[in-house]
Design a binder for this molecule. Structure first.
Ligand SMILES: [Zn+2]
Length: 403
């Protein structure tokens, strides 16, 4: 997926009429029972399912399932179509399909200097994308930018159901009281972002750390769909780790789960920016890889230059990527030891390390992983920056389908 500037969207106007988003929303999320949420979730995550299988998976009687699906169809979520015969016996079972077009969600990703926004349907398919620079990082200015972007999406795609935002940093609390405790890139501390987003957009809002958002997206709509236990590791400018255990995204007691990037790999190695010697970060982040090499012709150390040098087969650059690959392998093996995942999904803008040093990644895994390597499924997922904003939309979808 790629994110593109949508030229059909008019340029920002400073005084966009608030009435656009304050109007009634006929497609707002209806009140529904836990069982209805469970049925909808099964179909959102797994695709079309036969009635008989749905009833069996969720332990619902036939009359209960009929009642629930009728109401979900009335609300526009589901559609009946086709039949499927399973196991060659019994009567064919009617398939229930999702109507992804029935609801639309806004996903946001905030960096220190840019706002990325998408509209997605209920199946997390992005149908519109827009981005613009953040010039003023003050909370009020960013909220005003978001209000205008969401209002324009509403005009093009409305009514919208909910909004979800992802950002690097620590997020804590529940519901309307959820707070961005700190976000270094935005220089924010203790910002009650859910409440502010709801007030600005008129939509139910949810907020989470960006790696959590990406993990949520992989868990329901990506390589982890249907898995009850998985790890997502992202490599690039930073190293992220998201965990799913027993079908739930782990959010920790203080909003900081999955901190694995400073695991010591070689106590005689280089120093990381926190002063550890030979931790995974000291080898693996884009800036660590760049820092292990001489300066480029312009006198700078850049990741792009390191990548170019490695692709040309320069030994010093290949060594830097090999060390990074080994560190990544140690992280994969350690994360797998900790939760015994069905899959370790690898993504991020630094995936070239896997491409250039796959053998070293597996050397690191073999050194750390304590179980049969046959059981370890490492799934490398290509990454596009637009995935972060889509992750924001997935947060909104998951929040809507949670009892
Ligand atoms: Zn460190």
């Amino acid at each position: 997926m790629t994110i593109t500037q949508n030229r059909a969207v008019p340029p920002p106007r400073a005084h966009y009429p608030r009435t656009v988003i304050a109007r009634g929303n006929p497609e707002a999320w209806p009140t529904m029972s836990a069982a209805s949420h469970a049925v909808l979730r099964e179909i959102v995550v797994n695709g079309a399912l036969p009635r008989a299988e749905l009833a069996a998976r969720l332990g619902l009687s036939k009359p209960s399932l009929t009642r629930i699906t009728r109401s979900l169809m009335d609300d526009g979520f589901l559609l009946e179509g086709g039949t499927e015969l399973r196991g060659g016996m019994g009567r064919p079972s009617e398939l229930l399909h999702l109507r992804p077009e029935s609801r639309r969600f806004v996903g946001l990703k905030l960096t220190g200097d840019h706002l990325y926004a998408v509209v997605s349907d209920l199946g997390a398919t992005v149908i519109d994308a827009y981005d613009e620079p953040i010039v003023d990082r003050s909370v009020a200015a960013v909220l005003e930018q978001i209000r205008i972007v969401v209002a324009r999406f509403d005009e093009s795609w409305g009514p919208l159901t909910a909004v979800g935002a992802a950002l690097a940093g620590t997020v804590q609390g529940s519901g309307r009281g959820r707070v961005v405790v700190e976000s270094a890139f935005l220089e924010w501390a203790n910002v009650p972002l859910v409440r502010l987003l709801e007030d600005a957009t008129g939509l139910p809002a949810t907020v989470d750390n960006d790696v959590q958002a990406l993990t949520a997206a992989e868990h329901w709509f990506g390589a982890g769909a249907g898995l009850r236990t998985m790890v997502l590791l992202t490599v690039g400018v930073g190293i992220g780790c998201g965990l799913v255990i027993n079908d739930e995204l782990v959010d920790g007691a203080h909003g900081t789960p999955g901190r694995i990037s400073h695991l010591i790999v070689d106590p005689s190695g280089p120093y990381c920016d926190r002063g550890h010697r030979g931790c995974a970060s000291s080898y693996l982040t884009n800036s660590s890889i760049a820092g292990a090499l001489p300066r480029d012709p312009a006198g700078e150390r850049t990741y792009e230059y390191a990548l170019e040098q490695a692709r040309e087969g320069r030994p010093s650059a290949l060594k830097a990527f090999a060390d990074a690959g080994f560190a990544l392998g140690c992280l994969i093996g350690t994360a797998a030891n900790l939760i015994d995942p069905a899959k370790v999904i690898l993504s991020g803008d630094g995936l070239a390390v896997y491409e250039l040093a796959e053998a070293d990644v597996w050397r690191g895994i073999r050194q750390t992983h304590e179980e049969d390597l046959e059981r370890l499924d490492v799934d490398v997922q290509p990454f596009d920056f637009g995935e972060w904003a889509r992750g924001g939309a997935v947060l909104a979808i998951r929040n809507a389908i949670s009892p």
